[in-house]
Design a protein around this ligand. Sequence first.
Ligand SMILES: Nc1ncnc2c1ncn2[C@@H]1O[C@H](COP(=O)(O)OP(=O)(O)OP(=O)(O)O)[C@@H](O)[C@H]1O
Ligand SMILES: [Mn+2]
Length: 538
Amino acid sequence: TNEFERQEQLRDAPLPPGAVPFWSALDHQNIYDLYAPSASKEPKQSSNITRQRIEELFQLIRNARTDQTHSVSIKKLYPIDPGWNFQKLIDERVAREKEDENKKDSDAHDEANDSNTNSTKTTPINSLPDLTTIEKTVNEYDKIQLRHYIHQLLHKWKKEHENDKIVTIADLMHDEILQEEPSRLNTSWYACMTKATNLRVYDPHSMELKRLLNHLQNGEVIEASEMSQGTQIKIILDLPDGFEALFKPYRVPRNYQTLPDHFYFSDVERHHAEIAAFHVDRILGFYRVPPVIGRLVDITRDIRETATEELAKTFFTSPANNTCFRGHCSYYCDTSHAVCGKPGNRLEGSVQVLLPRPPEIDWDKITHPYRRSYSAVRKAKWESDENYCYDHVFLDEEFHSRLLLDMMDLSAYDFLIGNMDRHHMMRIGSFGANTALIHLDNGRSFGRYDHDELTILAPIRQCCLFRYSTFARLHRVYRQGLSTLVTRSLENGEKLQKILIDEHVAALDRRLEILFDHLHVCIKTHTVKGVMVDDGID
Ligand SMILES: Nc1ncnc2c1ncn2[C@@H]1O[C@H](COP(=O)(O)OP(=O)(O)OP(=O)(O)O)[C@@H](O)[C@H]1O
Ligand SMILES: [Mn+2]
């Protein structure tokens, strides 16, 4: 029995760290951290909505859509008082902002000025909300009129654009390529660009996508250079056949949880988050993330030996005898945060196709109205003004278009993947007015699985508008099981293992229900036709 007991004890003893695959290290108590609370797997929040209620909601919304699309007149469906006018709200806002300016000037003396924050107005975090300002925001009557007005404008936008021709990136570039480098027209890069349209950046069922992913995963690296934009290290890989790709290296293990005392803006970028975010976007049917795939590179052969001089200069050998590089950027580009092959030359990363950039193609970079303050001591305006959508977003002409609903799609998407870092919205301006957002830069998503960041839903909660077709797709995905679809998708074609740990996958299902719950609340307040918009975009 002695021998038997000894074996039992051995089995229960914690495994030495080296024997634990890194993504399951989470299940093991950190025996060195004496005060660490035991890892809790229970989510902090869950939704109140039931499966049955979600089904009822869907039926309700589907029926209402028939009314909306076959309604005799949009003006009857969304009536506006003859005496009401939009301009009055604009004038009021201008007056309000002037007053705020004056107040700020007089306050400025005794306030420590945080001069490197952006120009969006912010409120000190610890002060009470300014009651005089809140009273003066839009009233209930104006809110109803304004909502109807927005519905009418979105309907008008739909009428103007429903017969738009679909344009591809290849179309935009054809003439110039033909003149300057006609051989590029025969590359598989160009073939991919014929599938990147104003509505979606790839065709999920095409051979071109398959080939593209294969290329990103296996194509020989011709040159590695640093991307100059951005806060964290990113490598541009030149691949054969005209492709350029963005490589984000492994930085933290899959179970790394954003440090509780870190702000989202100093959060490290995660290659596995970029990959997982691509799969989630595809499953939700947006097709707005340029294709990304995981790749194992040889840090010496694929990066050091192909590196530009600038990048090559930052390579060194670590005490553990691994090859590392530092790169140049404003966060984590020093010797203590270097990217190292481990073991040996093995380095994981995400590889995303780079879409053409200026001067070839123009991009719009739209400041997100719900961007966070990016300051440790200030809050953004939308955080203290529940009427922010009426006071700002609805009054902004730029949002009297598909952009408003694209932003709601993005809010839903970002909530599911837990991305708090959407400071800008990107789209290809060269496409003109009817162009979808491109969901770029998802490296700071999937930071925590034990927390659902409800503020990411602020655009949906405050504006209470949602695209019908997105809802219909979310509902379909819900029925099939989002987590099941994501798990299956990640097993298909990925060489890297366990992109998302189970806790992150489970969080997706939980968050989808919370999203439905938010829409449910909106609909209780504003009715189905007040919230759902069929703008003809699928
Ligand atoms: N796949 C892509 N195709 C085209 N351009 C891209 C792509 N990915 C990134 N870019 C461009 O490079 C910029 C920086 O990339 P990214 O946002 O991923 O880096 P970042 O370090 O997070 O930047 P920031 O700190 O500004 O958020 C983007 O704003 C975009 O203009
Ligand atoms: Mn970023």
